[in-house]
Design a protein around this ligand. Sequence first.
Ligand code: ZN
Length: 181
Amino acid sequence: MMNFEELDPTTRKWILDEFNAEQSQTPHFEPTELNPIGLAAFPDLMRQAIQHDNIASLAASLSNSSYWKPTRTYYRKGKPITQNIDPTTSAQRLAHSEFTTWYTRGMARKLKEEGITQCQVYRADSAVQPNCECTSLEGNTVSVDEIYNGHRAKYFPTPNQGAFSIPSSPFCHHTIRRLTV
Ligand SMILES: [Zn+2]
């Protein structure tokens, strides 16, 4: 289970503030595997999780099969491959990546509001294959502004795989903590 060390009411408030700011922008990020019903439900499910819950309850609420497209298409060596979407698996993946993305953004915002400019990267959960690109940054001190501005930087609004971002992929288990003196 992801250990979000400072998921207190103040952090949740800043996460919600950031989430609502993103939702008010056009266009904003929307999960491509959700159908129109799922996309309509998604913002309030996120708000519920941000204010009161966690990844597990978000995954449970997202696993409603009426929210998901039947298939997804991805490309391998230029060839389209179509795969059935399993709502339970996809809900777990989406809940993990979105909640981690938002915790990191909101925590960076909280530190910025306190005038803090540096923070530390840490692994918030073990992983079967702990090899995401920020593994080399574990324990490192990084700029709060860089973390804040790295929000979705690899894939939205335009794909940019070279951008600095934590979490660095949908499977990343990294986020940030405040530095202790
Ligand atoms: Zn990572």
